[in-house]
Design a protein around this ligand. Structure first.
Ligand code: IPM
Ligand code: MG
Length: 360
């Protein structure tokens, strides 16, 4: 199989973790006889340096002409937030890409394999066997709602708006039900319907759609309760469906089950199945270029690309097994080293995963 991948390495630790994802993909290509062709494109800080903008048209064209997008994290140091290079980069580059391709369905799997149980600060009997998929709406809600500002008597008031149409909710609800069918057939909607009218709409739409999926059970949790349940009793969850901002927050929280933010990949898909794949973590400029970053989130994102964009299930499974193998062998990047193991660099982790793919 021949696949063209638009590669956006990203800022901060992006380039080094992208190198390791490429290493894993090349190994999978060699092992299973596929040709992966990478087309480098630039967005975020790197695009600013090259083109003076965060998401240039050439980058969108490269993405449009590819079979999938593999993307590292974008963003700069907090202290430089207001510099021209970094100001607004998340909105323009990341939200811009999500919007440009209408990537409304964001899948964030949180799986606690036996090999990673010890990485979590939570007790093993709580996290063991947890396996949930956060389905986060990605192109609507407060991230994209109306904003405004007014000044009265010298006092600034600024607002962002949470707003969802029935159509936006329905399409992701159908998506989440369909995915639940391929899993343990349970869907939990997370919102805040005791306060927010938009959350009431999510519940209404779910109630209307659910009868079309009689084989999937469903329930509902308020987001404050859900955030507690994710830590207290994570095994109860299968598919968690939620809006853009709750999904952002809950997925960072859930990453603690798997040990670290550096362990979770994600897929963002549109209605045609076109996808962008990215780690859920940020660009970590404080540790950039030092070989300290964990490449696993990026590598697992690449595995999701193999599975969801290219339908290469065995290949995706081989990459995931290789990650587990490296962890079982005791290799640890700094973010997951608290419970012991052999502290290794970004590159050494990537090489161990590469070897395991080639040997699979
Ligand atoms: C994520 C990130 C992004 C988001 C930021 C960097 C814009 O936190 O993918 O979870 O909020 O969606
Ligand atoms: Mg986030």
């Amino acid at each position: 199989m021949h696949c063209t991948i638009a590669l956006l390495r990203g800022d901060g630790i992006g380039p080094e973790i992208s190198d390791e994802a490429l290493r894993a993909l090349h190994a999978a290509g060699q092992r299973f006889k596929h040709e992966f062709q990478f087309v480098e494109a630039y967005a975020g800080g790197e695009a600013w340096d090259r083109y003076g903008e965060h998401l240039p048209a050439v980058t969108l064209d490269a993405c449009r002409n590819a079979d999938a997008i593999l993307k590292g994290p974008f963003g700069g140091p907090l202290a430089e937030l207001h510099s021209p290079k970094w100001s607004g980069v998340e909105t323009t580059a990341i939200l811009g890409l999500r919007r440009a391709f209408d990537l409304f369905m964001n899948l964030r799997p949180v799986v606690v394999y036996p090999e990673v149980v010890a990485l979590s600060p939570l007790r093993p009997e709580i996290v063991e066997g947890a396996d949930m998929l956060i389905v986060r709406e990605l192109t609507g809600g407060i991230y994209f709602g109306e904003r405004g500002e007014r000044v009265v008597d010298g006092v600034r008031t600024v607002w962002d708006t949470e707003s969802y149409s029935e159509r936006e909710i329905a399409r992701i609800t159908h998506g989440a039900f369909r995915i639940a069918r391929g899993r343990r057939r349970h869907l939990t909607l997370v919102a805040k319907s005791n306060i927010l009218d938009s959350s009431v709409l999510w519940r209404d739409v779910l109630a209307r759609i659910a009868p079309e999926y009689p084989d999937v059970t469903h329930d509902y949790l308020h987001v404050d309760n859900a955030s507690m349940q994710i830590i207290a009793n994570p095994r109860q969850f299968d598919v968690l469906l939620t809006n853009n901002i709750f999904g952002d927050i809950l997925s960072d929280e859930a990453s603690v089950l798997a040990g670290s933010l550096g362990m979770l990949g994600s897929a963002s898909l549109n209605a045609e199945g076109f996808g962008m794949y990215e780690p859920i973590h940020g660009s970590a400029p404080d540790i950039a270029g030092q070989g300290k970053a964990n490449p696993i989130a990026m590598i697992l994102s690449a595995a999701m690309m193999l599975r969801l964009s290219f339908r290469l299930e065995a290949e995706a499974a081989a990459v995931e097994s290789a990650v587990r193998y490296a962890l079982a062998g005791g290799l640890r990047t700094a973010d997951i080293a608290a419970a012991g193991g052999e502290l290794v660099s970004t590159q050494r982790m990537g090489e161990a995963i590469e070897r395991a793919i080639l040997a699979s």
